[in-house]
Design a protein around this ligand. Structure first.
Ligand SMILES: CC/C=C\CC/C=C/CC(=O)SCCNC(=O)CCNC(=O)[C@H](O)C(C)(C)COP(=O)(O)OP(=O)(O)OC[C@H]1O[C@@H](n2cnc3c(N)ncnc32)[C@H](O)[C@@H]1OP(=O)(O)O
Length: 288
């Protein structure tokens, strides 16, 4: 029954006339992810950690496993998206950063770094279909993809500075590679969240879609262009473009993780995280 509902929903939601569709459930069993392949061997990876796809270690390690599997099975493309029509991902889970043991924070941060390396360096083409807000870690996931399509009227960006910690170097570099040095500096030092329109203007996203279905049409168009490109040539070109960041993270990753763990553990940062979480709860209470 569950399979049937998934297939039917996907057929309705994702598929346009341009892609004939034959869903098959991915071999892995995941708690927070749904992975479906279409007949073009494109994997549609949907994050489904309700309510807002907060990135905890478990969701991140599921994404990491899927990426390994897609690499091994030579998929021809991947679309990363959210089950929600309001939030793509709300970023790293505060519950694993607030009053947590260093080991817990370390696991969280090293798992996101592992995902960054695999997603940013993946041999297959990747698209983020951003169906809602994408702050912080949510923005990072989309930045690791090659192409970003975002639905109207949401916000995206890296607001970590507002939480009292600096943006890790590898993440700064991701942003610089996408929107250029000047725009990245302005955005990161102010923790700016961009509306969908602003994000397009600055180059943080590549296209705007009016809804999920049209975002998927655009994703298919992006992926289809690679049908005539030899995959190996495409892969090596992508690697050349991305080598510097990937090398940096594989050499200095452990240092970045430890720096981030010690930043997060600072009493001042812990206070700010507590205040931020309380503020989210208050906003919710006042809006009800
Ligand atoms: C070396 C490399 C390392 C790291 C690189 C990347 C670093 C990333 C740092 C981060 O990602 S820190 C997380 C930053 N995230 C945010 O600032 C976003 C916070 N959330 C929001 O602004 C909103 O939730 C939203 C705009 C995404 C969605 O708003 P709305 O639809 O109104 O939902 P609620 O705010 O009511 O949230 C529902 C529920 O979820 C809880 N929640 C939301 N975000 C988080 C989170 N990041 N961690 C834990 N919990 C979160 C929120 O408190 C609500 O909980 P209830 O119990 O009240 O239902």
């Amino acid at each position: 029954m569950y399979r049937y509902v998934c297939k039917t929903m996907l057929r309705r939601l994702f598929l346009s006339k341009k892609v004939s569709y034959q869903a098959r459930l991915f071999s892995g069993n995941f708690r927070y992810l749904e992975v479906l392949n279409n007949e073009n061997n494109v994997a549609i990876v949907t994050m489904k950690r309700a309510p807002v796809n907060t990135l905890n270690s478990e969701l991140l390690s599921e994404i990491s496993s899927v990426l390994t599997n897609l690499d091994e099975t030579k998929c021809s493309g991947m679309v990363l998206t959210s089950f929600s029509d309001k939030v793509f991902s709300s970023g790293l889970d505060f519950n694993e950063m607030y009053e947590s043991r260093p080991a817990t924070i370390r696991t969280l941060v090293s798992t996101i770094l592992e995902v960054i390396i695999k997603l940013y360096g993946s041999p297959f083409p990747t698209v983020a279909v951003i169906t809602g807000h994408a702050p912080s870690g949510g923005c990072v996931l989309s930045l690791c993809c090659e192409y970003r399509i975002m639905v109207q009227n949401f916000q995206i960006g890296l607001n970590v500075v507002k939480l009292g910690y600096s943006t890790p170097l590898s993440i700064v570099q991701l942003m610089v590679n996408t929107i250029g040095h000047r725009n990245a500096e302005l955005a990161l030092t102010s923790g700016r969240l961009f509306t969908t329109n602003e994000a397009l203007r600055v180059g943080l996203i590549d296209e705007i879609a009016k809804d999920r279905a049209s975002a998927f049409d655009k994703a298919n168009d992006f992926l289809n262009q690679f049908k005539v490109i030899p995959p190996i040539a495409r892969h090596f070109t992508k690697q050349s473009m991305r080598r510097a960041l990937l090398q940096d993270v594989s050499i200095n990753g452990k240092i970045y993780v430890e720096d981030f763990v010690s930043l997060i553990s600072r009493p001042k940062v812990q206070e700010l995280i507590a205040a931020y979480m309380a503020n989210m709860k208050n906003k919710k209470k006042n809006s009800n």
